[in-house]
Design a protein around this ligand. Structure first.
Ligand SMILES: C[S@@+](CC[C@H](N)C(=O)[O-])C[C@H]1O[C@@H](n2cnc3c(N)ncnc32)[C@H](O)[C@@H]1O
Length: 269
């Protein structure tokens, strides 16, 4: 199956399963010009996006550098994953796959939109999701897209949006912090149905007072000085809360907290 900007597949209830979408760099067609040049190719590539990423980033860095237990992220997915879910900045799909596995008996008729600007991340996640959900009736589509551009989803069309450990990767050339990344919040608000959830987490920058371990502080500095790994120096919790208010309005229920050096948010609109 070749990958198109809107590749879709279903783990049909008969147990027959159509392979794909499995986007590769040469076949993946992205809808926005920004998606044509994924950042971090030397970080997010076919060799790293698998066991290497899971062991070093999820298994080690989350807890030891950023002070967040993976249990917190698993709980976000378990609490908020809706029937139509958009995952933005998918990585290897580790947390998403965990939540799907735990509700395997209830996947028929659900739909998953995977959005990322890296073909390697989309490839890793869609392959693994499809392998794990064979025969369940879950529909999956994967699209290359820049999280800061318009998402290829209609208004009020999804029940949940999850974006974990992605905002700290987004470019912020002038060091403004979260205001440079506000498009992610406004796009999440646009695509969510009333009652839907927006959840996620991100590593805060050195301008935020959240405590961080010595090794974490060192890594954060290194990641911010090497091109295209982190751009979070200016990211503060106060900025994020205020942008959430602007994007979702006063009627949304929001919970924003810091866990170690990580900001964790849950919004129900
Ligand atoms: C650190 S990984 C996080 C993966 C996963 N959400 C997790 O929690 O394990 C960040 C992901 O965001 C994606 N990403 C980075 N910049 C992006 C952008 N501008 N638009 C879309 N995706 C982006 C990367 O390709 C990668 O898959």
């Amino acid at each position: 199956m070749s990958f198109t900007p809107e590749s879709r597949t279903t783990g049909d209830a008969s147990g027959e399963h159509t392979p794909g979408p499995v986007p590769g760099p040469e076949t993946a067609a992205g809808p926005s010009p920004a998606a044509a040049e994924p950042t971090n190719r030397w970080v997010y590539n076919p060799l790293t996006m698998g066991p290497v990423y899971d062991a070093f980033v999820i298994g080690w860095s989350h807890e030891h550098f950023w002070g967040i237990s993976n249990k917190v992220i698993h709980e976000l997915y378990d609490t908020h994953l809706g029937r139509v879910h958009a995952d933005v900045g998918v990585g290897t799909g580790h947390f998403l796959r965990g939540a799907l596995r735990r509700r395997r008996e209830d996947l028929a008729g659900r739909r998953l939109h995977l959005l990322d600007n890296s073909p390697s991340s989309l490839n890793a996640t869609s392959r693994r999701v499809l392998r794990n959900t064979r025969g369940t009736g879950l529909e999956v589509d994967a699209r290359r897209c820049d999280a800061l551009a318009a998402w290829p989803l209609p208004d009020a069309s999804v029940d949940s949006v999850g974006t974990t450990m992605m905002l700290h990767c987004l470019p912020d050339e002038d060091g403004r912090g979260f205001p440079a990344k506000a498009a992610v919040l406004t796009e999440a608000a646009r695509v969510l149905r009333p009652g839907g959830s927006f959840f996620g987490c991100t590593v805060l920058g050195e301008r935020d007072p959240a405590p961080i371990s010595r090794s974490g502080e060192r890594m954060r500095r290194v990641y911010n000085t090497r091109e295209n790994i982190f751009h979070n120096t200016g990211d503060t919790a106060a900025q994020f809360e205020s942008l959430l208010g602007e994007a979702f309005g006063d009627s949304a229920q929001t919970r924003v907290r810091t866990v170690g050096a990580t900001l964790v948010w849950e919004v129900v609109r």
